[in-house]
Write a protein that binds this ligand. Structure first.
Ligand code: SAM
Length: 272
């Protein structure tokens, strides 16, 4: 039975609270798995399997698939739609409560995340894995189009911000495709996109990650302020030494944070 029929059979009621907008379109599901570049040696984690449509496609390609689903009402549906696949496990747990260091231990050779993310917690999920995992290799995720555009925004643009820089110094980020809202059941109010974040290809070397994270946060905390003013507040510098610091890196002392490239963020954090 196809998954959309399984959903009907179980009289499933979509929950807005859990961001349940499912995908049944086979071509799109196929494209997402191709975007993720999963191969038969890969261990994959899926966040929010829903009716198991994407899960089924991933499991056919991957070595193992572990799904984390918050909604117990999907148990019967997932059992049916993933029946016969012996490399899949579904854990009914809130992904935000999962201990990432334990996941890292479980997958010493690393793992990939593939997910059509629930929109209400997109950024917390991304930052959880970004900050806590040392073993994650890639993340291929469906997010709201505007969030995807923030991830790949060029320096100086209105979308360029903490998300762009935090991802950009750790990984390479690719915008794979736009996904129109009509392809979801039920259809949300916005379009989406597929983003692939590859943590195995980071072009930068960071010496003091904690300082860099503080710098990113303060640079975008008050976007209308000059960088030097934000620096004074966060790092307790006086105006003159702040300006000298920027000049020593050939950065305009009047610059705003949004004009600072990722390479400059790293240089500055190394000096700080
Ligand atoms: N993967 C399915 C698909 O593409 O059709 C469903 C995607 S739907 C956008 C998001 C899924 O995430 C839902 O199944 C929802 O119940 C689940 N979810 C929501 N919050 C969650 C959380 N905190 N932890 C784990 N799963 C969650």
């Amino acid at each position: 039975m196809v998954q959309s029929d399984i959903i009907k059979k179980h009289h499933f009621v979509f929950s807005k609270k859990y961001g349940q907008n499912f995908i049944f379109d086979k071509n799109l599901l196929q494209a997402i798995v191709e975007d993720a570049a999963i191969t038969s040696g890969d261990d994959v984690i899926e966040i929010g399997p829903g009716a198991g449509t994407l899960s089924y496609m991933i499991a056919k390609k991957a070595k193992t698939l572990t799904c984390y689903e918050i909604d117990h009402n999907l148990e019967g549906i997932l059992q049916e739609s993933l029946a016969g696949l012996d490399n899949v496990k579904v854990i009914y747990q809130d992904i935000l409560k999962v201990d990432v260091s334990q996941l890292d231990e479980q997958y010493p050779n690393g793992y990939h995340i593939v997910a059509n993310l629930p929109y209400y917690i997109t950024t917390p999920i991304i930052f959880k894995f970004l900050e806590e995992s040392k073993k994650i290799k890639s993340m291929t995720i469906m997010v709201q189009k505007e969030v995807g555009l923030r991830m790949i925004a060029p320096v100086g643009s209105k979308d360029y911000g903490a998300l762009t820089v935090s991802l950009g110094y750790r990984a390479t980020v690719e915008y794979k495709r736009t996904v129109k809202r009509q392809l979801f059941t039920p259809a949300p109010n916005v379009d989406s996109c597929i983003i692939r974040i590859d943590f195995t290809k980071s072009p930068y070397h960071v010496q003091h990650e904690e300082t860099l994270q503080r710098l990113i946060k303060c640079a975008f905390a008050m976007r209308r302020k000059t960088l030097v003013n934000n620096l004074r507040q966060e790092f307790g510098l006086d105006l003159e030494s702040g300006q000298q610091l920027l000049e020593s890196l050939k950065i305009d002392p009047q610059i705003r944070g949004e004009k600072l490239t990722i390479a400059q963020f790293i240089e500055l954090s190394n000096k700080l």
